[in-house]
Write a protein of this length. Structure first.
Length: 150
């Protein structure tokens, strides 16, 4: 296979490579998170290495950030919009158009950052609750040790 050739993978192969079910892949397609693969009428879906990479990234973001599917869609849409802006930037825009591109890119990146920061805050709050629980349990243990006969 040359460097420009793409593998044509079936949905089961993709599911196995990424570690998800075929139903998950189909659901992500329904949500618009993943393209439907290359499929002619009545034929099996075929996916490229780029599809596998995209799915892996989506799963990583979902798991790492604990995102709901709605949040995952929002994050993915913002990333796709930023990719479109990069394409516009590499065209031949005027300086005024470049300012507009940068303004929109900043807005999208801030939207993504807000989502990540909200997750971070939730995790920090949970960590604080667990730290308090550990401290409480340790105090209880110390109290029992003091009362126990030697």
């Amino acid at each position: 296979m040359n460097a420009t050739a793409q593998r044509a993978l079936r949905i089961g192969e993709v599911a196995e490579l990424v570690g998800v079910t075929t139903r998950t892949i189909r659901y992500y397609e329904e949500l618009g998170l993943l393209g439907g693969g290359d499929r002619s009428k009545g034929a099996h879906r075929h996916y490229t290495d780029a599809d596998v990479t995209r799915l892996r990234e989506l799963i990583r973001l979902r798991d790492l950030l604990g995102l709901s599917l709605e949040e995952l869609v929002t994050l993915a849409e913002a990333e796709e919009a930023r990719a479109g802006l990069r394409d516009q930037w590499h065209g031949d825009p005027t300086d005024e158009e470049r300012v507009a591109i940068l303004d929109r890119a900043i807005e999208l990146a801030e939207q993504q950052l807000d989502l990540v920061n909200a997750r971070r805050q939730t995790l920090d709050e949970f960590a604080g609750e667990l730290e308090e629980k550990v401290a409480s349990l340790k105090r209880r243990r110390r109290g029992l040790r003091r009362r126990a006969p030697s």
